[in-house]
Design a protein around this ligand. Structure first.
Ligand code: HEM
Length: 390
């Protein structure tokens, strides 16, 4: 019988063979040890995500509860509360506004790469992808640069899991608490200060006009620290790794950087940085001839949906010319990712600037390390070497 353990390090290394067995042998799977259900086929994932009145986000979207669930953020609410919160947030991330960020992202990317240019070595995560999205988000929020390092540490700790342990590590809990204290202080300081153009100012205006309350504001700030950081970092790293594993494809991207966008979309399908999110059933519901009881946790396996041969031809082939945004790497339905335009922009520019510096590169696979997380998939360290000073 197929076993799927989202906390096992072996699953994190390569979940795809297990996903195939789940889709074929147990399309509605129950894990007895941790007591959750899982759907793995593309169409089932979409139908669960669509049916928010039965598959609710309001009890959290982690398989395990999180201590910050007290904040009603947009991800962990259902309509009508979700509709109100999503509206305020969607004003922050309009695609047109995102396009204005191109220069900020490019300049920040170049300054991160500068110190590596002459060495011929870069850790894709520690030196670059692990910093770029967070730096951009911190500048968008209006946080001072001297706080960058500790915000990054707190969020990194909060997504790390330990083998066989369900839930956060002690460092993760401390990271969330510290981030919460930090954001409380930001709100207190900004309520006394004059407002500017940044995201915190936008939220303070909504708070002061009564459109959102204090807890909502905290929810946005906590969420943005994660949303803007981990997932995009992992996407960039996974794209660079997959391109290296496919040398001809890498060469075509180096020859024609316009192909980078296709490589990013294909990475979101083939090796998505978000592997699963959970829902909680509001009533008993039947799927594949079995009944999921009320109040049960259901994992939606985004990473599996992208490899479903009921949906995609040759799903295990990394093909950047599929030219398809028809994946659910950014979710689907009313919770679909609001940051997708920003994530796409940052990833494209990050890879353009990286490849200008490296040309062909090698991955030091023996020293690459993946992050251990039940839902985020990607590297914590990905050392690359390239011809220095080219
Ligand atoms: C590669 C990068 C990213 C990936 C793969 C990703 C993936 C996702 C996914 C799968 C969801 C759906 C969650 C669910 O259905 O439970 C989601 C929602 C969301 N994402 Fe992203 N995300 C990324 C980057 C970002 C960025 C940069 C931001 C913010 C700047 C962001 C903000 C959000 C928000 C606010 C939601 C919740 C929307 C709602 O609940 O209505 N994401 N994202």
């Amino acid at each position: 019988m197929v076993e799927f353990d989202p906390y096992s390090y072996a699953t994190h290394e390569n979940p795809y063979p297990i996903y195939r067995r789940l889709r074929d042998e147990a399309p509605l799977y129950h894990n007895d040890q941790y007591d959750f259900w899982a759907v793995s086929r593309f169409d089932d994932c979409k139908s669960v995500l669509k049916n928010f009145s039965v598959f609710s986000s309001a009890k959290g979207i982690e398989l395990q509860g999180r201590p910050d669930a007290a904040y009603f953020d947009v991800m962990t609410t259902d309509p009508p509360n979700h509709t109100r919160l999503r509206h305020v947030m969607s004003e922050l991330f309009q695609p047109a506004k995102m396009a204005e960020l191109e220069q900020l992202i490019r300049t920040t990317a170049r300054s991160l790469l500068a110190s590596c240019r002459e060495t011929g070595r870069i850790d894709m995560i520690a030196d670059y992808a692990g910093r770029l999205p967070m730096l951009i988000m911190c500048r968008l929020l209006g946080y001072p640069p001297e706080d960058d390092a500790r915000i990054m540490q707190w969020t990194n700790d909060a997504v790390h899991t330990e083998e066989g342990v369900q839930g956060l590590t002690a460092a993760g809990i401390e990271g969330l608490i510290n981030l919460g204290k930090y954001n409380e202080a930001v709100i207190a300081a900004r309520s006394q200060a004059s407002l500017s153009e940044d995201l915190v100012s936008h939220l303070m205006t909504a708070l002061q006009s009564g459109r959102i309350n204090h807890l909502d504001t905290m929810g946005y700030l906590q969420l943005l620290a994660f949303a803007g950081h981990e997932t995009t970092t992992k996407l960039m790293g996974n794209a660079v790794f997959q391109l290296w594993k496919h040398p001809e494809t890498l060469q075509s991207v180096l020859d024609d950087p316009a192909l980078i966008s296709g490589a990013i979309e294909e990475t979101l399908r083939y090796d998505s940085s978000v592997q699963l999110q959970a829902r909680t059933t509001t009533r008993a519901v039947e799927m594949h001839g079995r009944v999921i009881p009320e109040g049960a946790k259901v994992a939606v396996l985004f990473g599996s949906a992208g490899r479903d041969d009921r949906k995609y031809e040759r799903p295990d082939v990394f093909d950047i010319k599929r030219n398809s945004r028809d994946h659910i790497g950014f979710g689907y339905g009313l919770h679909s990712c609001l940051g997708a335009p920003l994530a796409r922009l940052e990833s494209r520019i990050a890879l353009e600037e990286l490849f200008k510096m490296t040309g062909r590169y090698e991955v030091d696979q023996a020293n690459a390390r993946i992050v251990h997380s039940a839902n985020v998939h990607g590297f914590q360290s990905l050392p690359l070497s390239f011809k220095a000073g080219a």
